[in-house]
Structures are given as structure tokens and as C-alpha cells.
Design a protein around this ligand. Structure first.
Ligand code: AMP
Ligand code: MN
Ligand code: MN
Ligand code: MN
Length: 288
């Protein structure tokens, strides 16, 4: 089981990806993925489509989600794997987490209008697949479409991050709540792409210890967001904190994603793969 090609982090147009769940599944299968999870932001409405597509393609599947959390003044993402997408506790928590997105988007558009970019709310909405889930990524695609920037990464840097005209601070879910919803739905909570957070050493230590105290059990080591050095650093962190290790591309779209589905390096042999704890939740050919 150690060398399973697992890709346990990906997005469809149900959140800020550009493809349908079925199309993401097809790309995973093409990439040789044996166990796949669709982990849309704050939303599980794509899970049944993802499950059926995965099983039709002969891939293993587990339920997934990526919850937006506020911790120490930063946005942190907590992936839930092996979740039951029908769980009412989880669904209610995710609905509450999504609730402020539309108003936030209006404020983002106001900020962009002051910077001379008109019509961004309507423009971003044209890129949205799920009206409940308008995200910064949709604004970024609109600004690329308008020719304001050449690439979405540039839009984030110039317009959508702290101190920039389209940035609006937001209060997401609490860490303990996100972990409780995931566990309540039968899932395992995973710290997503830890290398992306701008934490001091003390804040990072607090994230890991509080996450574990709430019952979190895994950390992403292999992700499209990590440099080689970060892969090593968080492999060490997984050992130090006795966490399971996860692997996922964080695929959003063929044009924007640096890492194809299924293409990441394997987890180092000294780590415990998160899928070994998911055996009872896996459906399809890799089921135990
Ligand atoms: P939101 O949940 O609306 O704050 O949007 C967050 C999403 O924006 C993340 O899930 C990423 O997909 C995307 N994102 C964040 N930072 C960047 C960046 N620097 N470049 C490209 N995409 C980014
Ligand atoms: Mn995203
Ligand atoms: Mn994320
Ligand atoms: Mn993601």
C-alpha cells in the first residue's frame, strides 16, 4: 500500500477549479491515480459525481473536502479525507463557512473599482461554477481575461493579497470546528500545504499542536505547493509530530496547475501514508 499512486487533493468547478468533477476524475485516471479524492473548498456537492466517475474509471475513491480556517491571523486550509458527504454536521459547518463569500466578493469588487477595474463582481461571477462559492480565483481569472494581468499568479500578487486593492480580510471557520466537522463525518483531518503559510516558528508549532489536540491526524507532505526543501521539512514534521502523511496535486485547471494529477513523487518510505488509516472509507479497487 505504501507506493499507491494516491492523489488526495484536487478541485472542480464546484469550487475554484475549471473542470467538472467527471473531467477531473478522467485526468486522474490518465495520470495513473489509483486512489483519488476531490477536495473542493468548503463544499461537498460534487462528491457523488466524483464517486461515480471514479468507480466507472476503475479508481479507488474517498470523500474529500478542503475547509477554509482562520488561525493566528492567516487563512489555513484543512483537508478532510474519508468524509461522508451526507453528514449533516459537516454540511451545516461548510454552509456557515461559505456564507460570507458573496458579501466579501462585493467588497473585493469595490476595492478593485477604486483601483480602476470596473465590473469585477459580475466579471468574476461569469467564471463561477457554483454561485455559493465565489472565490479570489474567479476574480483572478476575470482580471486575466480583461488583460489586466498575464497570469492568475500575478493577479494575486498585485491585487488579491494583503495590502492590495482587491484584498478583503475574512473570518473563516475555527480550527477546532473544522476538525470536529471532519471527524464527525467519519474523516481524517489533514493540514493542507503547510509550506504556504507565512507563520513564525512559534505560530507554526501552535498550528500543529492545536490541530493535534483537536484530533487532527495528518499533514500534506507531497503537494504541488511545496518546493523540494519544503517536502523534506514537512516530512520531518510528520515524524516529529507523529502525523500521517498525505499526497495531493491541488489540481485546479490544466492551464494554471503546476502539477498534473498523479505526478507527484511518492511519500518517503519513513512516513505513514494517510490512506492506511482510510481503508474502511475507500470505495473501489484499492478497498481493503
Ligand atoms: P479564497 O478561498 O477565495 O480566499 O481563494 C483561495 C484560493 O486562491 C486558493 O485555494 C488558491 O486556489 C488560490 N490562490 C491563493 N493564492 C494564490 C496565488 N498566489 N496564486 C494563484 N492562486 C492562488
Ligand atoms: Mn483553490
Ligand atoms: Mn488550499
Ligand atoms: Mn486546494
Amino acid at each position: 500500500m505504501h507506493l499507491l499512486n494516491a492523489d488526495l487533493h484536487s478541485h472542480s468547478f464546484v469550487s475554484d477549479g475549471t473542470l467538472a468533477p467527471e473531467a477531473v476524475a478522467a485526468r486522474a485516471a490518465e495520470g495513473g491515480v489509483q486512489l483519488w479524492a476531490l477536495t473542493d473548498h468548503d463544499e461537498v456537492s460534487g462528491q457523488q459525481r466524483a464517486r461515480e466517475a471514479a468507480l466507472d474509471l476503475g479508481m479507488g475513491w474517498v470523500g474529500g473536502v478542503e475547509v477554509s480556517v482562520s488561525f493566528a491571523g492567516e487563512t489555513v486550509h484543512i483537508v478532510g479525507l474519508g468524509i461522508d458527504p451526507e453528514c449533516e454536521l459537516l454540511r451545516a459547518g461548510l454552509a456557515a463557512t461559505r456564507a460570507g463569500r458573496r458579501e466579501r466578493a462585493r467588497q473585493m469588487a469595490d476595492g478593485l473599482a477604486q483601483a480602476g477595474i470596473a465590473g469585477a463582481f459580475e466579471g468574476a461571477l461569469r467564471h463561477v461554477g457554483n454561485p455559493d462559492l465565489i472565490s479570489r480565483t474567479h476574480f483572478a481569472r476575470y482580471l486575466v481575461e480583461c488583460g489586466v494581468c498575464a497570469h492568475t499568479h500575478e493577479v494575486f500578487k498585485r491585487y488579491l493579497t494583503e495590502g492590495r486593492p482587491g484584498y478583503v480580510p475574512h473570518q473563516w471557520a475555527r480550527l477546532g470546528d473544522a476538525v470536529a466537522w471532519i471527524r464527525g463525518a467519519g474523516g481524517v483531518a489533514v493540514i493542507a500545504h503547510p509550506g504556504r503559510y507565512k507563520f513564525s516558528a512559534n505560530e507554526e508549532y501552535a498550528l500543529f499542536t492545536e490541530f493535534i489536540a483537536h484530533g487532527g491526524a495528518a499533514v500534506e507532505v507531497m503537494t504541488g505547493s511545496h518546493s523540494n526543501a519544503e517536502q523534506l521539512r514537512f516530512a520531518d514534521a510528520a515524524v516529529e509530530f507523529d502525523l500521517l502523511a498525505s499526497r495531493g496535486s491541488d489540481f485546479h485547471s490544466p492551464e494554471e496547475s503546476r502539477t498534473a494529477l498523479g505526478a507527484l513523487p511518492d511519500l518517503p518510505g519513513r512516513l505513514k501514508p494517510v490512506w492506511e488509516a482510510l481503508a474502511e472509507r475507500i470505495e473501489g479497487p484499492v478497498a481493503a
